[in-house]
Design a protein around this ligand. Structure first.
Ligand code: UDP
Ligand code: MN
Length: 397
């Protein structure tokens, strides 16, 4: 029966990766197996589909049966909302036209021919409902879902589809969390056949076990560019793995084709306007000097205090000088506090006094007691106040 490598492409943003992978398998490693791709046809342009059809043997459209996980989950758990598309890997178990399939993420680059994997791990060596995959470098008790060897079958396909409807079944919100729950954790690891790490090496800037890398570098079978930044997002001259990917990409396409493929990427439909943070430094176009943009911006709040208003640090020659500065600072703060209290006092007292006077006039409350305050007499007066307030106002002519 037919065997195939297969990748997934749900939108233009992974087009360069998918095409490079397809070319690498076919033209570079001259695989004897089919090279297939699952695509969401509705999210791809006609020219992209033409390019895909020129590289891949089998192009399978899944636009009528897309499965998505919650982008909120992939965002909050992984910081990668775009990975909500990766649940579509489930459709690979439905491809029973193939006896064994090796699924590869479109951000992978085979360094050696992977054809021997079909004989070594595929076919009858994999019982129904199990898979083969390499451990994940971030958590090696989990497999990385960028390379999976599997035998498609309907029973597993239906079970997986059902399994994916419950958000609790993916610990990272994406396919790797889901597939590990299903093939690894649910069966205590029994349904995960562990492949060597060499089949899914994930070098990133933040993780690199250099001595081990140097020891095994000649045996690496496949590189996987995990994370949000992919090689096609920009040409790098400092990352040797990205350079390797670019060499492969440029080997099979002309400059114009490359521009068009990358133009079809994420940026194609986005109109970028320069976003500016008002607190950022600005470069004066004429002098080339850095300008302090903060200086031109009025405070948003009256009490706003900006760092640039803090006096520069100074050195003191003696302890006496420090004491003097502290004393001055204390005096200036207490003076301003006093002023604030006074103005508050004036404001409220003035108002109260004025109101009291007008009440006295209005309701004819005699105040012959002078400034002396007699609580009993006052209470007597206050108790009579409501009737005075309620009495009809006398019309003044
Ligand atoms: N993918 C896709 N469109 C998307 C996101 C992902 O087609 O918007 C496919 C693509 O094949 C990609 C795979 O799903 O390689 C898994 O995503 P990614 O490789 O970005 O995950 P990572 O390896 O970084 O965890
Ligand atoms: Mn990947």
């Amino acid at each position: 029966m037919t065997t195939a490598f297969i990748t997934l492409l749900t939108n233009e943003s992974y087009l360069a990766g998918a095409l490079t992978l397809g070319n690498s398998l076919k033209k570079n490693h001259k695989t004897t197996h089919k090279v297939a791709i699952l695509i969401d046809k509705q999210s791809l342009s006609k020219s992209s589909i033409d390019l895909i059809s020129s590289v891949f043997d089998d192009v399978i459209d899944i636009s009528d049966r897309l499965i998505k996980s919650s982008p909120i989950d992939t965002l909050t758990k992984l910081g990668r909302p775009e990975l909500s598309h990766t649940f579509n890997k489930i459709h690979i178990w439905d491809l029973i036209q193939y006896s064994t399939v090796i699924y590869l993420d479109s951000d992978t680059l085979p360094i050696k021919s992977l054809d021997h994997l079909f004989d070594k791990y595929g076919g009858t060596k994999l019982k129904q409902g199990s898979i083969a995959a390499s451990p994940d470098s971030g958590w090696p008790d989990i497999f990385n879902s960028g390379l999976i060897i599997l035998n498609p079958n309907h029973e597993t396909y239906e079970e997986l589809k059902e399994f994916s409807t419950n958000p609790i079944n993916t610990f990272d919100g994406a396919d790797q969390g889901l597939l590990n729950e299903y093939f690894n954790l649910k069966s205590n690891g029994k349904n995960w056949h562990r492949l060597p790490f060499l089949y899914n090496v994930t070098p990133t800037d933040s993780y690199q076990y250099t001595p081990a890398y140097d020891r095994f570098v000649d045996q690496i079978q496949l590189i996987h560019f995990i994370g949000g930044i992919k090689p096609w997002h920009g040409k790098s001259h400092s990352n040797k793995h990205h350079e390797l990917w670019w060499k492969e990409f440029e080997k099979h396409f002309t400059k114009e084709e490359i521009n068009s493929i990358l133009g079809h990427g994420e940026g194609k439909n986005l109109k970028f306007t320069k976003t500016e943070n008002v607190w950022d430094e600005e470069i004066n176009e004429e002098s080339g000097e850095i300008e302090d943009s903060k200086a031109n911006i009025p405070p948003v709040f009256p009490w706003e205090h900006r760092d640039d208003q803090i006096p520069a640090s100074r050195t003191f020659k003696s302890f006496k000088e420090i004491e003097q500065v502290v004393e001055d600072e204390f005096n200036s703060i207490s003076t301003s506090i006093k002023k604030n209290i006074e103005s508050l006092g004036k404001l409220s007292l003035g108002k109260i006094v004025k109101d009291q006077e007008s009440l006295k006039d209005k309701y004819n409350i005699d105040s012959n007691e002078g400034d002396q305050w007699d609580p009993i007499a006052s209470f007597d007066k206050v108790s009579k106040l409501p009737s005075k307030f309620l009495s009809k106002e006398e019309k003044k002519d």
